[in-house]
Design a protein around this ligand. Structure first.
Ligand code: RP5
Length: 162
């Protein structure tokens, strides 16, 4: 199976990335994680992303906060799908990173998930890889079913809680 390459702009983004890696582990998807900042070490970002397809990666996840250019810069160096996670920071609570990540110019898309949406980033990466992996697609369908079953259980008990 292809790997997921995960970059974060700072190790302060780690709690968000942990949500993604926990989910990838659940699905048995291989991944590699680096702290590579688009602003502080652009050369590392370019080297990793421009060789990612040749190195067995199928999707890139990029998480950054504030002036969050990381996902967009990743997308400029590859035609692999890039998923951007805008991370919450103190001043603007993630709105800055959300807009910086989602408002990409025509031709260079970034599939942007919610602020701090590490789990959905991993699920979306899994769905992309599952196009060519029937076993992974089956795991994703099973997860949807178990998630729905958990809500049905909550529905059964909701009247008693009122
Ligand atoms: C971004 O700035 C990082 O992705 C992080 O979310 C934010 C703050 O970085 P640190 O100052 O904590 O390194 O580049």
């Amino acid at each position: 199976m292809k790997k997921v390459g995960i970059l974060m702009g700072s190790d302060s983004d780690l709690p968000v990335i942990k949500k993604a890696t926990d989910t990838l582990k659940e699905f048995g998807i291989p991944f590699e994680v680096h702290v590579y900042s688009a602003h502080r070490m652009p050369g590392h970002v370019r080297e990793f992303v421009s060789s990612a397809a040749d190195n067995g990666f199928g999707v890139i996840i990029a998480a950054a906060g504030m002036a969050a250019h990381l996902a967009g810069v990743c997308a400029s160096y590859t035609v692999l799908p890039v998923i951007g996670i805008p991370c919450k920071s103190a001043a603007l609570e993630g709105m800055d990173a959300l807009l910086a990540t989602v408002q990409m110019p025509s031709g260079i898309p970034v599939a942007t998930v919610a602020i701090d949406g590490g789990k959905n980033a991993a699920i979306l990466a899994a769905q992309i890889l599952a196009v060519g992996e029937p076993e992974l697609a089956a795991k994703l369908r099973a997860k949807r079913e178990s998630d729905a079953a958990a809500i049905i259980e909550k529905d059964r008990g909701i009247m008693e809680r009122l």
